[in-house]
Design a protein around this ligand. Sequence first.
Ligand code: ADP
Ligand code: MG
Length: 338
Amino acid sequence: MTRDKKISELGEFGLISRIAAGVFAPDNVITGIGDDAAVTVTGQGMQLLTSTDMLLEDVHFRRRWHDPYRLGRKSLAVNISDIAAMGAIPRWALLSLAMPSDLPLNFLDDFTRGFLSMAGEHGVTLIGGDTCSSRSGLVISVTVMGEQLPALILRRSGARPGDDVWVTGTLGDAAMGLKLLEDDGLTQAGEGMDFLVSRQLDPTPRSAAGLALAGSGLVTAMIDISDGILADFGHIAEMSGVGATLRLNDLPVSVPFRTAVRAFPQFPHHLVLSGGEDYELCFTAAPIHREKITELLKKCSLAGMPVGIVTSSPEVQVLGADGASFLPKKQGFNHFAP
Ligand code: ADP
Ligand code: MG
């Protein structure tokens, strides 16, 4: 029965063929999986954008609560999010896997199905990767490439004093979902908790919105929120040589997030500011463009709102609910925090 098979029974090339079997290459892929290197073509006048991210078992995910299908989706989603944050069109992906040899074959099959479903939703083709065995858990490394006209690429630099700071979607959901998963059982605790968990396990990269914002020419700087708005806007601030005042009351939170905060007072409110993995977009634009940007995001079926103002002084401060501003200390996740 294939359901009980281990990946070690298939061998490296059997595994690669199994992954490759689900891939259909469009015209921009001349040579995909199966040669020494992939050959692709970019559109006329386009520049290539490349981004890579690793997901390590027990650092970024736990097999206990992350089903392989959604793990496959997320592995690609976090990479597509980086391409979206540059305002580029995601095109190609490389998938490198180091797997324990006793990994069930159906885990790999479900992972691959998930990965390719995310790829299909965003027009990405899997063009290669690497496959090896691991003695210390599952390691997933994904590289995504995209393209865009040079004039449309959005960087972290470019924010100007007086610009609005915008965020899409809602903040803190994924971090709250992680808290629920860590505190076994709480996922069943209330209405909408599964929404928070799915924001953690199966995030949606905002590629259509990123692309539309880039095409509009209205945006001065952009980043995706993977480590919380404080840390990630902090990168825009640093690269643009600016600061900001963020209005705590205006930061968008979901109804399930509010429910969770009420139901579990032990969970910190500051997840809105510094919770990771929402993969929403944070960008800056002059206030005169508010209406156009709201319309543009609506066309992408996404909410977005101005949550602060870019300042010329370099601090990122938060205007609290009581009208007093403070300089927050708690920043986003840092792998090598002392
Ligand atoms: P090489 O020995 O030249 O590195 P490999 O045997 O590692 O080649 O890979 C053979 C082909 O399979 C290449 O096209 C490679 O990109 C692709 N490949 C290997 N592993 C994966 C994977 N996990 N997902 C997709 N493609 C893969
Ligand atoms: Mg290889």
